[in-house]
Write a protein that binds this ligand. Structure first.
Ligand SMILES: [Zn+2]
Length: 355
């Protein structure tokens, strides 16, 4: 399997790599940057095939080395990444899952980092004799999670990689990398994936594909992670909560969700879904085609609601929801932010200065 031919919707990065390879000018250190779940790791594996392939016209996609590069079993391909949630055993499983599908969600805990020992180990591994053809590929995933000491050590490796050693760093947040690392890597930007492509991939599962694709904001791994959440139930609960009719602050408080139902991550999904609901209402009120709505499975409810809500009222609600979203992003306690939004929505509190 020749990976470079299979990477979709990243033409700029793929074309640059292909051209560099054909001219014999592949850089020794690349930084692939862009959102999660858009193909950075898959492209790094494609570079592994270029440099590790043993065919006469590499990369062939057919030889043993090419196959091993895809499955992460090539001895001269080294992956460095923040450790996944469940420790060493999980690392092995994550690699295996990645080998089968490079859009597999690899979730490292938010505070996991890449320490100096790992980068030092890398330098030792790089100085050892090559097991196969002669080149070596090092991939540092989520490079912004290197500790300052690890980043300094990585910088030395980037400056003097040694003959036949190629590095690819990936990052969703390159501003957190050392400027010296940024300036010494050839940078390639990866873009969010088109919604239609995500919808197509999600259609293989029994889920409201359009809604999840809209939520995923261009990231296939985010879209696939969403399969684990009961997004439909979350959406329905949120829309019910925001239906008008709560009559007092006490009643608002009694309706607030409990426990993990409204933790920061789920709150953000809920509010995104709610915003799409109001966008659907706007679309219907403006008489646009019904097949454009995101919440297609609730088209009847949308039609009914669109009949009795005015355009200024939809806009007022969009403003409140937008501010709620911002409050959640700024780490205001999600429940407090929700309570404030519900009070405003039901006109139980002033419209100004609440956030
Ligand atoms: Zn090959």
């Amino acid at each position: 399997m020749l990976l470079l031919d299979r990477i979709q919707h990243q033409a700029h990065a793929v074309d640059s790599l292909r051209a560099a390879w054909e001219r014999g000018r592949l850089a020794h250190a690349y930084l692939f940057w862009g959102p999660e779940g858009v193909g950075k790791m898959r492209t790094a594996q494609a570079v592994s095939q270029m440099v590790l392939c043993t065919a006469s016209a590499p990369p062939c996609g057919e030889c043993r080395a090419c196959g091993k590069a895809v499955r992460f079993t090539h001895p001269d391909q080294i992956l460095v990444a923040p450790p996944p949630r469940e420790g060493a055993d999980a690392w092995h499983k994550a690699l295996e899952a990645y080998g089968q599908d490079s859009y597999h969600c690899w979730q490292a805990p938010p505070n996991a980092s890449i320490g100096i020992e790992r980068i030092r180990g890398l330098k030792t591994e790089s100085s050892m004799a090559r097991v196969e053809k002669g080149n070596r590929m090092v991939i540092i995933r989520e490079a912004e999670r290197m500790t300052p000491e690890a980043a300094q050590a990585a910088l030395k490796l980037i400056e003097e990689p040694g003959d036949g050693t190629y590095l690819v760093l990936t990052s969703r947040d390159p501003e957190r990398l050392l400027p010296t690392i940024l300036s010494r890597c050839q940078r390639l930007r990866f873009r969010p994936l088109p919604r239609a492509f995500l919808e197509e991939r999600l259609a293989e599962h029994d889920v409201p594909a359009r809604m999840l694709a809209a939520l995923a904001q261009g990231s296939l791994s985010r879209a696939l992670a969403m399969l684990e959440e009961d997004v439909v139930a979350l959406r329905d609960q949120t829309i019910a909560l925001f239906a008008p009719g709560l009559r007092s602050p006490a009643e608002v408080r009694a309706h607030l969700p409990r426990g993990r139902a409204w933790d920061a991550a789920r709150a953000q999904i809920s509010v995104d879904l709610l915003m799409m609901w109001y966008e659907d209402l706007l679309l219907l009120r403006h008489g646009l085609p019904e097949d454009l709505v995101t919440h297609a499975d609730r088209l009847n409810d949308l039609r009914l609601r669109a009949q009795d809500i005015s355009l200024p009222e939809i806009r007022r609600r969009c403003d409140i929801v937008e501010e709620l979203l911002q409050a959640i992003r700024q780490n205001v306690g999600p429940l407090l932010a929700l309570e404030t939004a519900l009070l405003r929505l039901n006109r139980l509190a002033g419209e100004e200065d609440l956030f």
